[in-house]
Write a protein that binds this ligand. Structure first.
Ligand code: 4NP
Length: 166
């Protein structure tokens, strides 16, 4: 979480249950940011309260692990007003959650709220499909989506941070 004196960019990923798509997005982004040497504050939440305190779905953990990313330590929590003050960017994994996020935004929030796939050329306006009721293929598709978006997001944030000799 960002304190007032923390200059790092804060990024929050939001899906419905916070056990499938947003933890995978958080894991993919943490991994992409680490590879790029970018120090961000990152978290994920759900708009619903179905899975508070729970670890990600086993299939999400296994999918991330297959790509060398460990998300097993993440725990479900629900979007709260304070998130809009602490994070610079809030990314929704689909349009229904984008509306749910906007409906919760307090007047004094600073976060820019957007659809995650809007970061990816050719995928603007589209969802990371919810894999919860499907099979492992859906989790792999979701992982690919969040990974492409994570790479685009790292580039976007890195561009805004001037080099030391600029
Ligand atoms: P997520 O997937 O929003 O990607 O975490 C879901 C997880 C759980 C439920 C729905 C979607 N559920 O209804 O419990």
């Amino acid at each position: 979480m960002l304190g007032n004196d923390d200059k790092r960019t804060g990024v929050l990923f939001v899906c419905l249950g916070n056990i499938c798509r947003s933890p995978m997005a958080e894991g993919a982004f943490r991994s992409a940011a680490a590879r790029a040497g970018l120090d961000c504050v990152t978290d994920s939440v759900g708009t619903a309260a179905y899975h508070l305190g729970e670890a990600p779905d086993d299939r999400a953990i296994a999918t991330a692990a297959a790509h060398d990313v460990d998300i097993s330590g993440l725990r479900g929590r629900q979007l709260e007003a304070e998130d809009f003050r602490r994070f610079n960017h809030i990314f929704a994994l689909d349009t229904a959650n984008l509306f749910a996020i906007k409906a919760k935004a307090p007047l004094d929030g600073i976060a820019k709220v957007a659809l995650l796939m809007d970061l990816v050329k050719g995928r603007e306006g589209t969802a990371v499909k919810d894999p919860y009721y499907g099979d492992m293929k859906g989790f792999e598709t979701a992982w690919k989506d969040v990974s492409v978006a994570a790479d685009a997001l790292v580039k976007m944030i890195a561009r805004k941070i001037p080099a030391a000799n600029d």
